[in-house]
Design a protein around this ligand. Structure first.
Ligand code: ZN
Length: 246
């Protein structure tokens, strides 16, 4: 499995110190470290400051799955790179979108809605992540009905996403909000998973349950087989069986 960990890499001034302490190699670096523990994963990282915004055709053609973390600078990713990402998803590449990537252009493009719409609050609140599809592969290895993230940013409904094809997690926050927090969609030949946890000033991506979810998510999103080309489905066709019914 070829995995590309992509990060916006422009910490907000108020978050920079905590982020540097928690994720000295950047969020992309911490994620890459996790995935590199898997013997069958080849992992590369990219950031918005790289050529082609870290989303070059070469990288996207290489990747089976992109793990994507964007934040306030989501508008800076050019539409042409969003087109390329979308095309690769439709061709079968997996996409795992984390936390503030809810606002990203690529998420909105793939969903057809204003995915940046939700409520939020940074208030050190606990989050209770409920398993609402315990048999789903992304929930594999998690025990119990829920787990608790001791502190994270609170996100809440209404979240403007289409109803997920598979709803895996629901999160309730200390302050009372609820969020569809772990959601799967199929788009073309590709698979998309959004997971809301992981504000950059909390050590969320070191929590064992969250790491289990991330490892499961990239496996779920990875195409079962790699095809160099798909059939030309969009064409006018002759009948397969010409004999008339007698
Ligand atoms: Zn956040």
């Amino acid at each position: 499995m070829n995995l590309l960990c992509w990060y916006e890499n422009k910490p907000l001034p108020e978050a920079a110190e905590a982020e540097e302490r928690l994720y000295p190699e950047g969020i992309h670096g911490a994620l890459a470290q996790l995935f590199r523990q898997e013997p069958d994963c080849r992992v590369r990282t990219a950031v918005m400051q790289d050529p082609d915004f870290g989303l070059s055709d070469e990288l996207l053609n290489w990747a089976d799955v992109v793990v994507y973390f964007s934040h306030k600078h989501w508008r800076e990713v050019p539409d042409e790179r969003v087109d390329a990402l979308q095309r690769r998803v439709l061709e079968g590449m997996g996409l795992v979108l984390l936390h503030s990537s809810h606002a990203s252009k690529i998420f909105s493009r793939l969903m057809g809605t204003r995915t940046q719409i939700l409520r939020w609050r940074e208030n050190d609140e606990w989050q209770r992540v409920w398993l609402v599809a315990p048999a789903h592969p992304i929930a594999a290895g998690l025990n119990g009905e829920f787990f608790v993230i001791p502190q994270d940013e609170t996100y809440g409904e209404y979240f403007e996403i289409p109803q997920p094809d598979e709803q895996v997690f629901l999160t309730t926050a200390q302050g009372g909000e609820v969020l569809r927090s772990g959601c799967c969609w199929y788009r073309g030949q590709g698979r998309v998973f959004y997971f809301s946890a992981g504000h950059e000033t909390y050590p969320v991506y070191y929590q064992p349950e969250v790491r289990r979810i991330l490892l499961n998510a990239v496996r779920w999103a990875c195409p079962a087989s790699r095809r160099s080309s798909w059939p030309d489905w969009a064409r006018e066709t002759e009948p397969l069986d010409a004999a008339p019914l007698s």
